[in-house]
Ligand binder design. Structure first.
Ligand code: ATP
Length: 602
């Protein structure tokens, strides 16, 4: 058993350094020192999760208001006093550390308590597993009365913890643990810790791409070494990390990258779905490897009809106008994407799934097969399954193209109902590169004709209260992109247009639970006038398009990179939709903004 007290000392070191190599070195030592039976739990806690997200378990997490109630229960301090301490100490994690240190030094809570003589719980040495199990118990409380139970359990856990343990427990549970540990940092550290060489990280990554569960991978490595990973193969029910595309700048750019001949497919504007079939058991996964089976019962029924015992296929699910049969914009699909009232939503927003790839069939791993072979297998399955005209499963419209005119024509055709084209290499080396954003696939969107060639996925970090028609609710949002090297969310636009009435109505429901008392330390803004009325925990992803990416002294994204005292900003930003299929990990990075900026027609 490894003591959690020792782990949080290492978390402190990880937080202090921004250098990736140093993080890898610290993590390597930690992994080597931990009991192999607990390394999976340690890795999950380091990632701020309890289980890989493809398992349909309740996610970790409570609202800040609930955490304050738990602290109040544990410390007997008034909630208003706790808020004051949070303000003074720069975040709830630091606040709890301060409160517990105070308790320790006085041995009583007298300095905080109005009523003297309250019982003081004892701190004890807790193992990683004990802390993990307590957090799991908290996250498993659902339904009526669950909030009170969570407050009880969390307050007990905090009272058993040292000040530093409590700080990290709160950060984990509030989702504000930002030690800048990317999945690749963990993979690098595992490689050095258990195979003595960083060269093996590629093999580990390959396994991770077909089994996105670093806890499981770490445990196998620590118990059985590198060979142990041979037991990991594609498994129906475990998502494969999705292959992604690079942006094409123009039609000329496509010929340069792809050569004389390539495949083009319509780029449907919906949600990517990876469907797994094992006889009648179907699983659906999102682009983020989240289990979304329950959201699309109609797709589950349709996939069941495919004539193959086991299958892993991919496609884009889109909303359809029930009268005309035409594809509706992405935002319509997001209205369908709810966890509740699915049967009703299914009728209101019918969908279709446009299939474009196959990764596994009847025990055969197809990832290393070239595109044309995979497409042929997919077409054969769809044809032989005799799905009928009314099936909601369709093949993505595709054409092999070799001239400029053909490409232009197909692109124009696609714009009738889609957002552009996916261009796919047909070389022998056009394998399915799981988890990779490479040049085997390029995307060409309608917006390439304007200055800003693509939309940007931002995270919402704050809001300004509305006036007039938007009075009493949020009027505009402050949005940020991600600076990987600094591990910061940096502001890029104040977004006030493009919202439909329904979007505005939904905002309190979406953002209410994310409101924060003060600016979290990982958010970076520059202009005084941009300080929002309310801060949010950076969680909701919002897609934004603008006229162009400009340089502005007001925003912090890539500050000083191109011009001194200026960052990137989106000019005339317009809201395109909340990307509920994406997580904060997937938002646009400073490097991508720089690329978009450079690709703009100047
Ligand atoms: P975007 O936000 O532009 O949809 P993304 O970051 O989700 O991009 P990319 O790999 O950059 O993902 O762009 C390709 C996306 O386009 C896929 O993830 C998928 O959701 C969607 N798509 C639509 N039609 C196709 C198709 N025929 N082939 C592959 N992907 C398609």
């Amino acid at each position: 058993m490894t003591s959690f007290k020792d782990v949080v000392k290492v978390f402190d070191k990880l937080e202090e350094t921004s250098a990736t190599l140093e993080k890898i070195r610290i993590l390597k030592q930690l992994f080597n020192s931990v009991d192999p039976e607990e390394i999976d739990k340690l890795i999950y806690l380091t990632q701020g999760i309890l289980h890989p997200n493809y398992l349909p378990m309740p996610p970790i997490g409570i609202a800040e208001k609930v955490a304050i109630k738990a602290i109040s229960k544990m410390s007997r301090l008034k909630e208003t006093n706790i808020k004051k301490i949070i303000d003074e100490s720069g975040g709830i994690g630091n606040a709890i550390e301060k409160i517990l240190k105070q308790r320790k030094s006085t041995k009583t809570l007298d300095s905080f308590i109005k009523k003297p003589g309250q019982a003081v719980s004892k701190e004890k040495d807790q193992s990683i597993s004990e802390v993990y199990n307590s957090l799991d118990e908290i996250s498993n409380q659902v339904g009526t009365g669950s909030t009170l139970k969570k407050i009880d359990l969390l307050s007990n856990l905090l009272s058993r913890s040292t000040p530093k343990e409590a700080k990290y427990i709160l950060r984990i549970i509030l989702g504000t643990l930002r030690m800048g540990i990317a999945d690749m940092t963990i993979i690098n550290a595992l490689s050095i810790a258990f195979t003595d060489s960083k060269k093996n990280k590629e093999f580990i990554e390959e396994k991770y791409n077909i089994c996105p569960d670093l806890g499981r991978i770490g445990k196998i490595l620590s118990k059985k070494g590198l060979e142990g990973l041979n037991e990991i193969n594609i498994q129906v029910g475990i998502p494969i990390k999705m292959m992604l595309a690079q942006r094409a700048k123009s039609i000329e750019d496509i010929f340069e990258r792809m050569g004389a001949k390539f495949a083009c497919e319509y780029k449907y504007d919906g949600e990517r779905v990876q469907a797994h079939k094992n006889d009648n058991k179907i699983f659906l996964f999102s682009r983020n490897t989240e289990n979304i089976t329950k959201m699309y019962p109609d797709i589950v029924d349709a996939v069941k009809k495919l004539q193959s015992k086991t299958l892993i296929i991919e496609g884009e699910v889109v909303a359809i106008d029930p009268i005309t049969g035409r594809i509706k914009p992405f935002q319509e699909l997001m209205r369908r994407r709810r966890k509740h009232d699915i049967d009703q939503k299914k009728l209101e927003y019918p969908v279709e799934l446009y299939l474009f790839d196959i990764l596994f069939k009847n025990g055969e791993n197809l990832l290393k097969e070239p595109y044309i072979k995979r497409r042929n297998i997919l077409e054969k399955i769809v044809l032989e399954s005799d799905l009928g005209e009314n099936s909601i499963l369709k093949l993505a419209t595709q054409k092999i193209v070799s001239t400029n005119t053909e490409l232009e024509q197909f692109f124009q055709d696609s714009l009738d109902q889609c957002e552009g084209l996916m261009i796919k290499s047909i070389n022998e080396s056009s394998i399915y590169q799981a988890g990779n954003r490479g040049y085997i696939w390029l995307k060409l969107k309608k917006s390439y004709q304007s200055k800003m060639i693509d939309s940007v996925d931002t995270v919402v970090i704050g809001a300004y209260m509305g006036r007039g028609r938007r009075g009493g609710s949020y009027g505009a949002l402050l949005c940020a992109v991600y600076n990987k090297s600094k591990n910061l969310f940096q502001s890029i636009c104040k977004l006030g247009s493009g919202f439909k009435d329904e979007d505005l109505e939904r905002m309190p429901e979406i953002f209410g639970r994310l409101e924060l008392i003060e600016k979290p330390p990982d958010i970076d803004i520059v202009a005084e006038k941009l300080v929002p009325d309310i801060w949010f925990k950076p969680e909701v992803v919002c897609s934004v398009i603008g006229d162009e990416i400009t340089l502005s002294p007001d925003h912090r994204a890539g500050y000083n990179l191109i011009r001194e005292n200026a960052g990137f900003a989106i000019r005339f930003p317009r809201f395109l939709g909340f990307r509920e299929d994406k997580s904060v990990k997937d938002i646009t990075t400073i490097e991508e903004i720089m690329e978009l900026y450079n690709k703009q027609t100047k």
